[in-house]
Design a protein around this ligand. Structure first.
Ligand SMILES: [Zn+2]
Length: 398
C-alpha cells in the first residue's frame, strides 16, 4: 500500500521539470521544510512540556529534534531522500542502489542503515543548531545590554558623589556585598567573547547560506560533487530518480518485505513469530504512511497549540472583565530610579533574588531591601512605612 501523498498530482507536475534542476528545486523544499518542522515541534513542546525547574521544558528543542529525526530516518531508509527530497523524487546516490534488495542481516544493509542514521542526524542538526544559536545570541545581547547600563550607571554615580538618591542609606555596596571596582579581567574576556559572538553570528549565517547557494549552482553546472554542506558531510550526491528507477526501488522494497515476513513466520512459529510478524507489518505500514503521519502530527501540534492559546486568551479576557479594575497607579517618587527595570534601585546592579516590598510595590534584591527596611523601616524609593514582613521573594516561571 502506498501513501496517497506519494502520488499527489502536484508532485508529478514538479517532477516533470528538467532533471538537472532537481537540486535547485530541492533547495526550497528541503531547507524550508526542515526548518518548518523543527519550529513546529519545538514551539509545541515549549508550550506543553511540564515546566519544573531544570525540567523537560528546557529540552523542547532536543525533544523536537528526536521527533524530526524519526520521520527523517524513515524517509531516508525508505526513499533514499529526506522528506523534502522525496517529495521531488530526489534521492541520495549512497542510499539508493536499484536492483539490490538486501535482507536485514546483510552487512551491506547494515552499512546502508548506518549511512541513513548519519544523514538523518546531519539533516536534523541544521535547524536545531540554528535555533539554539539564535537563543544563545539573544541571551548574550541581553547580558551585554545590562552590562552597558550598569557601567553607565556607575559612571554617573561617580560623577555626582554622594548621589542624592542614596543619601541616608547604608552603603549599597556593603549591603549587597558588591564592590565598585572595574570588572575582573576574566569577566572582561567573557564580555569580549559575548560581543564577538553577537557581532559574528549574523554574518556566519549569511556566509553559510551563500555557500549553499553557490554550491547548488556549481553542482547543477557539474562543477561540484555535493550540492549543500549537508550532502558534503554525508558524502552523498542528490539526483532525481527516473520513473523506472522509482518503480525498481518500489519492487525491491516489496520483495525485501515479503522475504522478511516469510522469514519471521517460518522461524519457530508460536507467539514469538506472531509478534515479530505483527511488528514487521506495523513497521511497513508506518514507512508507507510516513509523510501522511508526519503531516497529521505537524497539523495536530499546530492545532492543539492554537486551541489552547485561544482558550487562554478567552479566559484571560473574561477574568479581566469580571474584575473590571484598572491597574492601580504607580506610587509617585522623586527618587532617581535605574533606567533598566532589571537593576535594583538600591545597589543599581542586576537584581539578585528579586523581592517585592508590598508596602510600595517596588522590586529590589532580597538582601538589599531586607537590610534597608531593618535599618530604616521605610521603602527606599517612596519612604512609605515598611517592615521585613512586607518583603516577598519573587519567583518567575521561566
Ligand atoms: Zn540590590
Amino acid at each position: 500500500m502506498q501513501s496517497n501523498l506519494d502520488n499527489l498530482g502536484a508532485v508529478r507536475v514538479v517532477a516533470r521539470t528538467p532533471r538537472s534542476l532537481a537540486p535547485i528545486l530541492d533547495a526550497g523544499a528541503t531547507q524550508t521544510l526542515r526548518r518548518l518542522l523543527h519550529d513546529t515541534f519545538a514551539s509545541f513542546f515549549t508550550k506543553f512540556l511540564p515546566d519544573s525547574p531544570g525540567g523537560p521544558k528546557k529540552y523542547a528543542h532536543e525533544v523536537a529534534s528526536l521527533l524530526h529525526l524519526y520521520f527523517t530516518l524513515v524517509s531516508l531508509a525508505k526513499d533514499g531522500g529526506t522528506i523534502g527530497e522525496s517529495l521531488y523524487w530526489i534521492a541520495r546516490d549512497n542510499l539508493v542502489k536499484p536492483g539490490q534488495s538486501q535482507s536485514l542481516g546483510d552487512p551491506e544493509a547494515r552499512r546502508r542503515f548506518r549511512r541513513c542514521v548519519w544523514a538523518a542526524a546531519v539533516h536534523v542538526a541544521g535547524p536545531y543548531l540554528d535555533a539554539r544559536l539564535a537563543e544563545l545570541r539573544d541571551v548574550a545581547e541581553e547580558e551585554l545590554n545590562v552590562r552597558r547600563q550598569v557601567r553607565a550607571m556607575e559612571a554617573e554615580g561617580s560623577r555626582q558623589s554622594p548621589p542624592r538618591a542614596m543619601s541616608g542609606y547604608t552603603s549599597p555596596a556593603s549591603v549587597a556585598g558588591y564592590e565598585y571596582s572595574l570588572p575582573l579581567s576574566s569577566d572582561r574576556i567573557k564580555e569580549l567573547g559575548l560581543a564577538a559572538f553577537v557581532a559574528i553570528h549574523p554574518y556566519a549565517k549569511l556566509a553559510l547560506g551563500l555557500r549553499d547557494v553557490a554550491a547548488r549552482v556549481a553542482f547543477s553546472a557539474g562543477l561540484s560533487r555535493a550540492s549543500t554542506l549537508e550532502h558534503l558531510l554525508t558524502g552523498s550526491r542528490v539526483r532525481r530518480l527516473t520513473g523506472r528507477e522509482a518503480e525498481g526501488l518500489r519492487s525491491d522494497r516489496e520483495a525485501r518485505r515479503s522475504r522478511a515476513l516469510m522469514e519471521a513466520s517460518s522461524r519457530g512459529g508460536g507467539w514469538p513469530s506472531w509478534i515479530k510478524t505483527k511488528a514487521l507489518r506495523a513497521k511497513h505500514l508506518s514507512e508507507d504512511w510516513n509523510k501522511a503521519l508526519l503531516a497529521l502530527v505537524a497539523v495536530g501540534c499546530k492545532g492543539l497549540e492554537w486551541w489552547y492559546s485561544s482558550g487562554e486568551e478567552a479566559s484571560k479576557e473574561s477574568r479581566a472583565e469580571a474584575l473590571d479594575l484598572p491597574a492601580p497607579p504607580r506610587p509617585s517618587t522623586e527618587r532617581r530610579l535605574p533606567k533598566s527595570s532589571r537593576l535594583c534601585p538600591i545597589c543599581r546592579r542586576e537584581k539578585k533574588d528579586p523581592a517585592v516590598l508590598t508596602a510600595s510595590g517596588f522590586v529590589f534584591c532580597y538582601a538589599c531591601v531586607m537590610s534597608h527596611v531593618k535599618d530604616s523601616g521605610t521603602c527606599p524609593v517612596t519612604d512609605a512605612p515598611a517592615s521585613e514582613a512586607h518583603v516577598r521573594r519573587l519567583y518567575f516561571t521561566s
